[in-house]
Design a protein around this ligand. Structure first.
Ligand SMILES: [Zn+2]
Length: 118
């Protein structure tokens, strides 16, 4: 066993708790997930908003505003979303033309459970 192997082993010891924390922090620290439902066909769409790129600070009901054109994969109707967030990225107000903003719970509850691979 070489020196590097020993070093590597020292750093990758049995520390499951630490490992989990690392995975969490490396997930998507700048991503905010928004969920929409199409008014026309009822399709649900998940959109990722990037805190660094998609948020604008403007005067309005919130501190940040994000404007997104959202299209579902069923009827392809464009939903025009304007979402206002506070300083801690909580949703203050959502104006969605052609659809509505839903919660992550609503989105997950409506998903069809994946079929087993076998
Ligand atoms: Zn639709």
């Amino acid at each position: 066993m070489g020196f590097l192997d020993k070093l590597r082993k020292a750093f990758t010891g049995d520390e499951p708790a630490k490992k989990a924390d690392t995975a969490k922090s490396m997930g998507d620290p700048n991503g905010i997930m928004l969920y929409f439902r199409c008014n026309k066909c009822g399709s649900l769409v998940r959109v990722r908003v990037d805190r660094r790129n998609d948020l604008n600070s403007e005067d309005g009901p919130g501190y940040y505003v994000v404007r997104k054109d959202v299209m579902d994969s069923k009827c392809f109707q464009m939903m025009k979303a304007e979402i206002w967030l506070d300083v801690s990225y909580g949703i203050v107000q959502a104006n969605v033309r052609g659809g509505s903003l839903i919660t992550e719970e609503e989105y997950k509850a409506a998903q069809i459970p994946p079929t087993p691979a076998s």
